[in-house]
Write a protein that binds this ligand. Structure first.
Ligand SMILES: NC(=O)c1ccc[n+]([C@@H]2O[C@H](COP(=O)([O-])OP(=O)(O)OC[C@H]3O[C@@H](n4cnc5c(N)ncnc54)[C@H](O)[C@@H]3O)[C@@H](O)[C@H]2O)c1
Ligand SMILES: [Zn+2]
Length: 334
């Protein structure tokens, strides 16, 4: 097992890589623990959870709202949870975001931890301390930045992960490599045969390095005033596509990355050969490398999606593989 440490302004986090959920018990020190999970994860894995009250929410993004949080607060009251109790979110990004939000707001904040069970949650959602819910159609618009006491990662969970969830995770891995690490990007290129099956040793390296990238970015900019925005690479268009189509998050972000590198090339920032490298990796990890959406429809979707931020968009371009740059672009330019 490897441990990484993150020092945030609102507390620090320990990240246990390659640990087993069966050891979770040994990290718990509070008198009372309460687990938040979703129905799918509960059904598959509750037999390996430590002894604690369990709150099960409905799986999926549709649960990520204040109604679910209210239900959780009610259960906290029923279970006589107080400030000294400890919350553990065991599940994908939805569970981590909700559990972190509920724990950091109930009684002005209690201790919490995550056991992320999807690839996306291990490399992205469980790291960096952003916890939030959706409201009135806006994603993650209500939330906190508060670090979990620890994050425990176990590869065992991938055995049951559906392929589309694996691909969602890889879209974020590719994103992180593209903006921050030439080495990881090359590793993804060199190992595309073995990596996607998630059994290989390669996946451990990929998770470790992607977590490192996020930790490095978040240590420079915990509250997203600059550097952290690079993690939105592919997401400006991606969110607009996701909202207006049936594409998954990973598929939409992949198309968003393709658009971002095409614009990077047309602005003379990125050599065309590097844009092709990114598209090839996206394709080889089973994600869409071409935009399959009507231009007018897309323009409309971006306009709607960005309404609340005014006319300027902070857009992430690539100027090299492993080097993302943030620029202010007027919406009209798209
Ligand atoms: N806080 C952050 O910094 C951050 C970063 C990235 C994404 N997110 C959020 O993460 C969410 C997406 O996370 P996600 O992709 O993990 O989605 P998810 O939590 O909805 O999980 C996807 C599906 O997989 C199921 N599942 C989870 N683990 C499983 C397992 N081991 N085996 C079988 N099925 C399993 C879940 O029940 C669900 O149906 C979004 O809401 C996004 O906004 C947050
Ligand atoms: Zn994403």
């Amino acid at each position: 097992m490897k441990t990484k440490k993150f020092e945030g302004k609102n507390g620090s986090s320990l990240i246990y890589l390659d640990e087993s959920v069966s050891n979770l018990d040994s990290y718990l020190t509070a008198d009372k623990n309460i687990i938040i999970t979703d129905r799918n994860v509960g059904k598959l894995y509750s037999s390996s959870f430590p002894d604690a009250e369990i709150i099960e929410i409905e799986p999926g993004e549709k649960s990520k709202n204040l109604r679910t949080v209210e239900h959780i607060y009610e259960r906290f009251l029923d279970c006589e949870i107080d400030r000294h109790s400890f919350v553990i979110g065991i599940g994908g990004g939805v569970v981590c975001d909700i559990a972190g939000f509920a724990a950091s707001t109930y009684m002005r904040g209690m201790g919490f931890a995550f056991v992320p069970t999807t690839l996306l949650a291990q490399v992205d959602a469980s790291i960096g301390g952003k916890n939030g819910v959706n409201f009135k159609g806006y994603k993650n618009i209500i939330g906190t930045i508060d670090q979990p006491d620890f994050v425990l990662m176990d590869h065992k969970f991938f055995e049951t992960l559906p392929m589309k969830e694996v691909q969602n995770g890889f879209a974020e891995v590719i994103k992180s490599a593209a903006i921050y690490s030439k080495d990881l990007f090359r590793f993804l290129e060199d190992n595309q045969e073995t990596v996607p099956d998630l059994e290989s040793k390669a996946i451990k390296r990929i998770i470790g390095e992607t977590v490192d990238i996020k930790l490095q970015i978040v240590s420079k900019d915990e509250f997203e005033e600059g550097e952290r925005r690079k993690l939105n690479f592919g997401h400006t268009f991606g969110h607009a596509i996701e909202k207006n189509s049936s594409y998954t998050h990973g598929e939409a972000v992949s198309m968003g990355m393709v658009m971002a590198v095409d614009i990077s090339v047309s602005r003379g920032l990125l050599p065309p050969a590097d844009a092709e490298r990114l598209k090839r990796v996206i394709k080889n990890y089973g994600l869409p490398h071409k935009i399959d959406m009507d231009t007018e429809q897309l323009r409309d979707a971006i306009r709607k999606d960005k309404k609340r931020t005014g006319d300027m968009v902070k857009f992430v371009f690539l100027k090299d593989i492993g080097d993302g740059v943030i620029m202010d672009i007027p919406l009209s330019e798209f």
